[in-house]
Design a protein. Structure first.
Length: 529
């Protein structure tokens, strides 16, 4: 209430106008953030972050009251950059870019009207705002996979220490009497993100030397991984006694909550221990309630506030900011953002006979189709006259905008137990003379005694791409220039039999790729419609 009482009527008018413009510009992004992203288990904590941000600002009320407002044109830099990110996000279809746009615009507006000193005082609040924004899907998927593998490995090691026989293949834990799969919900990423955010808040409250705060924050990562592995261990041990109910439903969710609550006293104990180490907090000057002298404040106020109050809403900084935000809102309502979805053949009509190869069509379970979020797909096992096998998989996406993206085999296959022994770019000759070629991803995989060679690449509107960063760049470019983000993943797998050399499997995939590419052109839309 003290902080609100110092806001003048003119300032309330400015705040209201800014709020209306920002709501108009970012309405769809904020709606998606609150109703979709925060609804995911990994980011459910984000509903509390606005209250944490308000608390931090309230906690700094003393310094904010004491410091003078010193409007600065330097705030136009983050404001302009934020508006550029808005257009990149809208045209490229990436929500994280839009979220960062909101953040930079807010920083810019505060800098414009409050000045650097006040902005710096509430800098931690702006840092906390960033924790509300989720990772891009391709980064989230990679992190989830890596944490699932680490949690599985540590969990199996703990189960072995307990004395229970266990075998692991990727994320599948074989206990003999049953198998447990460490799915995304058990990866530990949910608790890791929540613990990092909690650690960040404790860092704010911890009046200690900088290196102590860093240790506290960094320690949340191994703590989350170890406790999640412990959760997997306990679930595996109790499974033999109580059955499947300990690994699903209420017990699964309750165990995750219990593990998180177990971490809180550990972090508090760590803070206590660090506080006992030199340098002590009493040796440090606290910045929590910094005040400047009334005379100093008065001197600066004479320079800025008299002129600002007199001009009110006619203040040049306010007028320029309103023009930038207003024009952005107007243009965003005029520009057509709808994608052009190209017409294509359905992949369930993909031929079962390609050259010398004859195939058998397979179906995926609906649970995997929903998880991959694809528009169409085909899975066909081909065999040539010599009896050699090639498994063909293609997934088509009509759109890769705003939260939708292709799942790379580099993140999916290791989770099923396959170990990538070799992974490199491979040049495939598309003609017998070799004058036409393309580059794909190649990897040699092994699981137990099984060995396989895999090729995979991304067909993106006439381009053959090999990594997720290329996908993101061309999705933005084609969204802006063609209003298209459709694309496909193609994956080929062939066994590397013990009786043959690896290069024979490579020749087999080279031959199959050369024969399948002309057929793919009939089903996957190219550069021109």
């Amino acid at each position: 209430m003290i902080a609100l009482s110092i806001i003048k009527p003119v300032s309330w008018v400015k705040l209201s106008l800014y709020a209306l413009l920002l709501l108009g510009i970012y309405y769809s992004s904020l709606t998606w953030l609150v109703t979709k992203d925060w609804a995911r288990d990994a980011y459910s904590y984000a509903y509390l972050i606005p209250f944490v941000v308000l608390y931090i600002i309230w906690d700094k009320r003393g310094a904010l009251i004491s410091l003078p407002s010193a409007p600065s044109w330097k705030g136009l830099v983050p404001l302009t950059f934020g508006l550029i990110l808005f257009w990149l996000g809208e045209l490229g279809g990436e929500y994280l870019t839009l979220y960062l746009s909101i953040w930079f615009v807010l920083v810019g507006l505060c800098w414009l009207h409050l000045g650097w000193q006040k902005l710096n005082t509430i800098a931690f609040a702006f840092i906390f705002i960033l924790t509300m924004f989720p990772f891009p899907n391709f980064i989230y998927t990679k992190l989830t996979l890596k944490l699932r593998l680490i949690s599985s490995q540590l969990g199996v090691a703990m189960i072995n220490l307990y004395g229970l026989p266990v075998h692991r293949e990727g994320n599948i834990i074989d206990l003999g009497f049953t198998q447990l799969q460490v799915v995304e919900a058990c990866s530990g990423l949910h608790s890791l993100i929540s613990l990092i955010v909690l650690g960040l808040f404790l860092v704010y409250l911890f009046r200690a030397h900088f290196w102590k705060r860093v240790i506290l924050l960094v320690s949340t990562v191994p703590l989350a991984i170890l406790t999640n592995s412990l959760r997997i261990t306990v679930t595996s041990i109790l499974y033999e006694v109580w059955g499947a109910k300990v690994a699903e439903g209420f017990f699964h969710g309750f165990s995750g909550w219990l593990i998180f609550m177990f971490c809180i006293p550990i972090l508090l104990l760590e803070m206590w221990f660090l506080s006992k180490l030199p340098p002590y907090s009493s040796d440090l000057s606290s910045d929590r309630y910094q005040y400047i002298s009334t005379s100093s404040k008065s001197d600066v106020d004479k320079k800025y506030q008299k002129r600002s109050c007199r001009k009110g809403v006619l203040q040049p900084i306010f007028i320029v900011a309103m023009i930038l935000l207003g024009s952005t809102l107007a243009l965003s309502q005029c520009i057509e953002f709808r994608e052009k979805i190209p017409i294509k053949k359905r992949l369930d009509q993909f031929p079962l006979e390609v050259g010398e190869w004859l195939g058998v069509r397979k179906r995926m379970e609906q649970i995997y189709i929903d998880a991959l979020d694809l528009s169409d797909y085909a899975v066909i096992d081909y065999k040539n006259r010599l009896g050699s096998d090639v498994s063909f998989y293609i997934a088509y996406y009509e759109s890769q905008r705003k939260g939708e993206s292709i799942h790379s085999p580099a993140t999916c296959l290791p989770g099923t137990g396959w170990d990538f022994k070799q992974s490199q770019k491979v040049t495939v000759a598309l003609s017998k003379t070799g004058n036409v070629s393309m580059e794909v991803n190649g990897a040699f995989m092994q699981k137990g005694d099984e060995k396989q060679l895999v090729y995979y690449w991304f067909l993106q509107r006439g381009r053959v791409l090999t990594n997720a960063y290329q996908l993101k760049f061309f999705n933005f470019w084609d969204s802006m220039t063609k209003q298209r983000t459709d694309g496909a993943l193609v994956r080929l797998i062939t066994p590397a039999y013990d009786s043959e050399e690896l290069n024979e499997a490579d020749r087999r995939l080279q031959t199959f790729t050369r024969e399948i590419m002309p057929v793919l052109d009939e089903y996957i839309p190219g550069r021109d419609l």
